[in-house]
Structure formats: C-alpha cells, structure tokens
Design a protein around this ligand. Structure first.
Ligand code: ZN
Length: 194
C-alpha cells in the first residue's frame, strides 16, 4: 500500500501555496521516497507534496526515464505552446486538452543540495509546469477555458453530492506511459465523458 493517500479536489491543501523547503535533511529524503512510492502506485508521472497534504515546495516525477526530485523549483523561462490531453491524480477520472508552454527552464535543488538547472520540453516540460502549479496552490482546472471549467465544476459538484451517473472508475491522472487513459499523447482521443 502506498505510504500516503492522494488528496483530491475539494481538499483545501490543494489550493494553498506551499512553503519553501529550508533544510534538505533525512526527513526530506524519506518524504521524497514516500512520494515516489505513492506516485508509482497511483500510477502517475508526477506528484507534488501538497497532493499528500504536505505544504512543502518539493515534487517528484518519472516520465519513464527514472525518478527525479526537485526541491524549491522555479520555472525561469518559457517558450512556445503545446496542447496535450492532461489529467491530475487529484482530479481523478477527468482529463482535458490543455495548452501549456512547450519548453521551460527549471531551476531548483536536488536532495544532495546541488543546484539543478534543467531545460525540458514536451512531456517533461508539461510535468514541471503541472507540479509547480500544485506548489502554488493551482489545480489544472484553472488552466481550462471558461466553458471547460464550468462543465468540469458542474461534474465535480454533482459527484460530490452523489447525483452523477458517471462511471466513477479512478483515473485518468498524470499517469505513467503504460497506463491508459491519462496524460496522453497529442493524438489520443479524449475520454468522451463530461
Ligand atoms: Zn496534479
């Protein structure tokens, strides 16, 4: 069993900006390990600390190239635009085509206290933007256009009061490359559900 439950839409921790990490120590390394385990079990390709109820600026990711951890991340450059079908483990069962920057530069720290400086594009750039948003208390719902957001909130509200007739299977979220549906390629069809 995963060490943590993933918090879902409606939990105030998801809309609260996280605080900078002030010390990289054994506790933080353990937290990162637990976050990775939770992410893999979901499964997802990224997880930010607020999603497990921890208000610290740290996220973990793995887009199929091995695990990564970023402490106090900052996106310092953005370029281009790319639309991609995107979901979130904290908003299970829903996904939308969302346009974000195609390329970003991310800076931060690793768990050894070394400064990180990473140029990322496509899926990795997408994950960095999505997880950094989580640390700012921003869910992907805020990246939708007005019509999409209205529809999404109506669906979530109906679910919350048990009126939804929708399939309530878990997922899609920010998922691993072998899981479907989830964060999918640009040619994937949408889930076709509200
Ligand atoms: Zn998310």
């Amino acid at each position: 069993m995963a060490p943590y439950d993933i918090r879902v839409f409606g939990d105030p921790v998801l809309v609260t900006p996280a605080r900078d990490v002030t010390e990289i120590d054994g506790d933080l390394v353990r937290l990162a390990d637990d976050m990775l385990e939770t992410m893999y079990e979901a499964p997802g390709v990224g997880l930010a600390a607020p999603q497990i109820g921890v208000q610290k600026r740290i996220f973990v990711y793995d887009i199929g190239q091995g695990p990564g951890v970023v402490v106090n991340p900052r996106i310092t450059e953005r370029d281009g635009g790319w639309e991609y079908e995107e979901g979130c483990l904290s908003v299970p069962g829903m996904s939308w085509p969302i346009t974000r920057s195609a390329r970003v530069h991310l800076s931060g720290w690793d768990l050894d206290g070394n400064e990180l400086s990473v140029d990322a594009d496509e899926l990795l750039a997408r994950v960095f933007q999505h997880e950094t948003d989580h640390l700012d208390g921003v869910l992907l719902l805020e990246r939708l256009d007005k019509g999409q957001r209205r529809q999404a909130l109506r669906t979530l509200r109906n679910r919350a009061i048990g009126l939804s007739l929708e399939d309530s299977r878990p997922g899609p979220g920010l998922r691993g490359p072998n899981a479907t549906p989830g964060l999918r390629g640009p040619n994937a069809t949408t889930a076709g559900r509200d």
